[in-house]
Design a protein around this ligand. Structure first.
Ligand code: DGL
Length: 286
């Protein structure tokens, strides 16, 4: 099997995987969450690079010729070094790793009306200035960023609907709007955040900003992957898949791995993906 690998520090990448799978169900996938070491958002550059490199190499060993870093923190802090330093030195240098920041930046201009865009993300992503640099290439957008360090630990612990999370979201969004009251679009620049969309929407209502558009990244990343595969038939033809027929909509296989507790991964992943049947996961050590 030669599946597409999807990696995140924890559960967040499932919000990306869900959209990729919806658009491209025919391929086989391996999802890997480094839940034991999440969150990555307050870790140093070296740690994020080292952990991400380990995960990518493991996914390559498992047969994936293509890995998506479904994590902004890893995309901001490790993607470039992996592409420039790690891939060329491998036995098979044709393997590829893609991130989530470029696909997001390419599409946010289609959503904003006034060019005032907010970014909520981990401290690591915000301080990397990756979005600022990528958006500067596109032009025409005023970006205001807000680091939200408490959101991911609360999501990873499964506290999705309690008051603590609501208060954190409220205080971070208040700060964001204080910095730029004209923001009309907010990039959810951490793949964990779509898992708490309803909380964020409630806060926007309570702060009197119901018109603000939220931009999760799953759709941008999945369309960008589809486009990448069209432009790279040499990669597309290597991926294992189940042929889609018009009569029966079949889909490829997905294997889930976590470095953390399997039972809680299975429970939360089933919830996040909205599956009727319980997802099965395996423990992996990196
Ligand atoms: N979901 C990841 C991101 O998009 C990582 C969050 C974290 O581990 O802190 O940034």
């Amino acid at each position: 099997m030669t599946p597409i690998g999807v990696f995140d520090s924890g559960f967040g990448g499932l919000s990306i995987f869900r959209e990729i799978h919806r658009l491209l169900p025919q391929y086989d996938y391996i999802f890997l969450g480094d839940n034991a070491r999440a969150p990555y958002g307050d870790r140093t550059f070296d740690e994020v690079f080292r952990f991400t490199r380990q995960a990518v190499l493991r996914l390559f060993e498992m047969g994936c010729p293509l890995v998506i870093l479904a994590c902004n923190t890893a995309s901001a802090k490790a993607l470039r070094n992996i592409q420039q330093q790690v891939l060329p030195g491998l036995d098979d240098p044709t393997r590829r790793v893609l991130g989530v920041i470029r696909p997001t930046v390419e599409r946010v201009g289609n959503l904003t009306y006034n060019g005032h865009v907010g970014l909520v993300a981990t401290r690591a992503t915000v301080s990397s200035l990756s979005y600022d640099m990528e958006l500067a290439k596109v032009g025409g957008i005023t970006l205001t960023s807000q680091a939200c360090p408490r959101w991911v630990p609360l999501i990873e612990s499964g506290r999705l609907h309690d008051e603590v999370l609501y208060n954190e979201v409220k205080s971070d969004l208040e700060q964001l709007f204080r910095a730029d009251p004209e923001i009309d679009t907010i990039i959810l620049g951490c793949t964990h955040y779509p898992l708490i969309t309803s909380v964020i929407q409630q806060v926007l209502l309570d702060l009197d900003h119901p018109e603000v558009i939220l931009m999760p990244q799953g759709k941008s990343v999945s369309y960008s992957l589809q486009d990448y595969l069209h432009r790279h038939p040499e990669m597309e033809s290597r991926l294992s898949r189940t042929p889609l027929t018009t009569e029966s909509a079949t889909e490829g296989t997905t294997q889930f791995f976590t470095t953390g507790d399997v039972a809680s991964f299975e429970q939360l992943a089933t919830l996040f993906l909205g599956h009727n049947e319980q997802i099965k996961a395996e423990r992996i050590l990196l």
